[in-house]
Every structure is written in structure tokens, then in C-alpha cells.
Write a protein that binds this ligand. Structure first.
Ligand SMILES: [Zn+2]
Ligand SMILES: [Zn+2]
Length: 75
């Protein structure tokens, strides 16, 4: 369980929703992320699957911009 959710998103600075956030695997910041696209919550990052470990990990928009990755597609 997340224990140290900041009051504000560390990426966009808006107020944080304690139930919809994620921790960036690259920079460690906590940002808005919701699994439910029906909710009017902005996403300040995204989630990906690590190809080697098949583990789910999160990347904030800042890190996505620094390290653009091609969308998953046929090998
Ligand atoms: Zn945010
Ligand atoms: Zn990051």
C-alpha cells in the first residue's frame, strides 16, 4: 500500500487522488494514473510491461518524453 502519497502530483502539480496514482520506475516521483479510463482523472504517465521480467512498471510523462519508446507492435 502506498504510504507517502503527496498532496500534489509531482509531475503536474495538481491535487493528488490517493486512489489513483503510481510511482515512476525511473525518477521515483508519484503521479496521477488511473486504471479506469471512464474517470475524469488525468494521467501524468503510463504503464508498460517490462519485456524481460514481464513486470508491470510505471513511467511519468517527463520520463516518457526523455525516453520515447515505440508503441508495442509485432516484432
Ligand atoms: Zn498529475
Ligand atoms: Zn519519471
Amino acid at each position: 500500500m502506498p504510504e507517502d502519497v503527496p498532496e500534489n502530483c509531482e509531475v503536474c502539480g495538481d491535487s493528488m487522488d490517493a486512489n489513483h496514482n503510481a510511482n515512476c520506475a525511473l525518477c521515483g516521483r508519484i503521479f496521477h494514473l488511473t486504471w479506469d479510463t471512464r474517470l475524469p482523472i488525468r494521467d501524468c504517465g503510463r504503464f508498460d510491461i517490462d519485456e524481460e521480467s514481464l513486470a508491470l512498471y510505471f513511467t511519468c510523462n517527463d520520463c516518457v518524453a526523455k525516453r520515447p519508446q515505440a508503441a508495442p507492435g509485432p516484432a
